[in-house]
Design a binder for this molecule. Structure first.
Ligand SMILES: C[S@@+](CC[C@H](N)C(=O)[O-])C[C@H]1O[C@@H](n2cnc3c(N)ncnc32)[C@H](O)[C@@H]1O
Length: 323
């Protein structure tokens, strides 16, 4: 019987990275803190809870599309690849693909270290034939396969419409980095949320149970704990809405009153109503997204959507090297 193998590779951003980026973001106007800082252990737990809310359709619909087309994906991609998943989180969706793809190894990468370790261990236990190399990294800085992972044709999996967190030029840069990671003839299987009516989008980011609000506000709890800040959680509110002109959901934390907050020894004055912008989630048409992917060096191989046209899953490929 095959022995299960798992290796952990720790490239975790240091507290100095968190401090530098948060302070720089709070000094800017408008103020902005990148969404990658949502994901401490509690943030990862809350994200999983968001995916179970009735309003948050993307996870359910993407799972449905992947299940419907897993056999075709396996047929197109083939077996024996090195499967890399940036931002794997709980590694839930990859389970649909593993038996069909039978990769030579699976490399989930995530910024949320403890959550990643547990998720990777669960995958390794569930698929005892699979070699797993979990890499804790900030993929906007370091996206490389650990050197001890086996060599093979590469396939990247990037579900969850996380590509929407980048603005379009940054999305092209990220996709170009993925193209380099997978190399010539490599694949990218990517989930992309589609443009749709405002009411459905606004509801998805404002669930009635307040889980998304708790997820957004947890960023301030994390900054209080890790950077010695004194955000008063009672004086901030979750705000999320579709900005139709820019084709993106914007998520903000709004100050309910004029207040001064200290963060890592520095004072920041906020006016009543002023916000800290915490996340964008761009929505795309199919052609619009394929245009970005093409600029990044990928060619479209296939695209699948659900019957209601809510969500798309694209299979992209880089060109083979010439003869
Ligand atoms: C929106 S969740 C999606 C999770 C999962 N891929 C899915 O489809 O359900 C984003 C995931 O990416 C991770 N993440 C966000 N920014 C990251 C970064 N810069 N580097 C590495 N991981 C990141 C988060 O920790 C989280 O697990």
């Amino acid at each position: 019987m095959t022995q299960r193998t798992i290796e952990f590779h720790d490239l975790h951003p240091t507290p100095a990275d968190l401090a530098a980026e948060v302070l720089a973001g709070l000094r800017r106007r408008p103020r902005y803190i990148p969404p990658k800082f949502f994901y401490d252990a509690e943030g990862s737990r809350l994200f999983d809870a968001i995916t179970a809310t009735p309003e948050y359709y993307p996870t359910r619909v993407e799972l449905e599309v992947l299940r419907a087309h897993a056999a075709e994906i396996a047929r197109r991609v083939g077996t024996g690849s090195l499967l890399v998943e940036p931002g794997g989180g709980s590694c839930a969706k990859v389970r649909i693909l593993l038996e069909g793809l039978r990769p030579c190894a699976y490399v989930p990468m995530d910024i949320s270290r403890d959550h990643l370790w547990l998720a990777a261990e669960r995958v390794a236990a569930e698929f005892p034939w699979l070699e797993v190399h979990a890499a804790c990294t900030d993929f906007t800085r370091i996206m490389e396969v650990p050197i001890s992972a086996p060599v093979g044709p590469r396939v990247a999996f990037f579900p969850g419409s996380s590509i929407g967190n980048f603005d379009p030029p940054a999305a092209v840069d990220f996709l170009a980095a993925v193209a380099e990671l997978v190399g010539p003839g490599g694949f990218l299987l990517i989930g992309v949320d589609l443009k749709k009516d405002r009411a459905r989008l606004d509801a998805a980011y404002n669930d009635a149970a307040g889980v998304t609000a708790a997820f957004n506000l947890n960023l301030l709890t994390r900054i209080n704990r890790e950077l010695g800040a004194d955000f008063d959680l009672g004086a901030w509110q979750h705000r999320a809405y579709y900005n139709e002109a820019l084709g993106r959901i914007e998520m903000h934390l709004a100050s309910t009153l004029a207040q001064t907050v200290r963060v890592a020894g520095e004072s920041f004055a906020f006016a009543a109503g002023e916000t800290i912008h915490t996340e964008n989630s761009y929505k795309y048409g199919i052609d619009e997204f394929q245009g970005l992917a093409t600029r990044a060096g990928f060619g479209p191989e296939a695209v699948w959507t659900d019957a209601d046209g809510l969500f798309s899953v694209h299979l992209l490929r880089t060109p083979e090297v010439g003869p």
